[in-house]
Design a protein around this ligand. Structure first.
Ligand code: MG
Length: 256
């Protein structure tokens, strides 16, 4: 079901967006060579408690998950593309890390992700991160009244194609509101002028994620982490966006 939010509700949702952004900033700033993924998760958990927020991940147990997620962050390293389950791993020089975080504040959810390199970056990793960031910006720019979901999807797919990357359509953007995942689904590629018309009050996560060498994934033995089929690296960028009469509003915009 597609739900539309009033301008007052979108105002309320900004608290969740600001909090999610602050957790991504803090975990991004803490991520460094030698830091354990479990320390990043603990940092986010502390911030959740201090804010009186609720994690969307810790009890998350969809049909494709082996058991409840049990952590508050997704930390996807190198060939891990999505849903990286934090484990006892110290980040190494040159690791490509994606942190994905969703939380509920005052009854509203926000969802966002950022990719970065710890230590010395490889050029191709910086390029991949730049590509997902640009795809996210291109998608957000299409989130205007009168456009359709396909305009967002095709803008994302165009950026991938121009970078020589193929797109996996198994996971994409999604409605965000009282729950983390709702309608509409927003594939990371598609045809312009097709799909649901965008109306004021639609709130959704736009989340391009691309892999350097393939569009195929498999599930790690941990039952959660999705890795590239060929071991190539992956990056992911995500914001929660509201469609308004005044254009797209990025609820999870980071101040740095
Ligand atoms: Mg997310």
């Amino acid at each position: 079901m597609i739900e539309l939010r009033t301008p007052a509700e979108i105002e309320q949702m900004k608290a969740a967006g600001t909090f999610v952004a602050s957790v991504l900033e803090a975990t991004r700033d803490a991520a460094a060579v030698g830091v354990n993924l479990l320390e990043l998760d603990a940092l986010a958990h502390r911030m959740i408690r201090e804010r009186g927020a609720t994690s969307c991940y810790i009890d998350y147990h969809p049909s494709f998950g082996a058991s409840p997620f049990g952590k508050v962050l997704c930390t996807s390293v190198n060939d891990a593309a999505l849903h990286g389950l934090p484990f006892d791993y110290r980040l190494r020089d040159g690791d490509l890390l994606t942190v994905d975080f969703a939380a509920e504040v005052d009854g509203w959810v926000a969802d966002s992700a950022v990719s970065l390199v710890v230590g010395t970056p490889r050029d191709e990793d910086l390029k991949l991160i730049d590509t997902v960031d640009r795809a996210l910006e291109a998608g957000i720019a299409q989130a205007t009244v009168g456009n359709r979901i396909g305009d967002i999807s095709s803008a994302i797919g165009d950026v991938a194609r121009a970078a020589g990357l193929s797109v996996n359509l198994d996971f994409g953007g999604h409605g965000v509101g009282r729950e983390m995942h709702g309608d509409p689904h927003i594939p990371n590629d598609g045809r312009p002028k097709r799909g649901l018309p965008l109306r004021p009050g639609l709130v959704f996560a736009i989340e391009p994620w691309f892999m350097l060498g393939t569009d195929r994934i498999y599930t790690d033995r941990d039952g959660w982490t999705l890795r590239s089929a060929d071991g190539s690296r992956a990056a992911h960028a995500e914001h929660t966006v509201a469609v308004t009469e005044d254009g797209p509003v990025v609820l999870t915009a980071r101040s740095s």
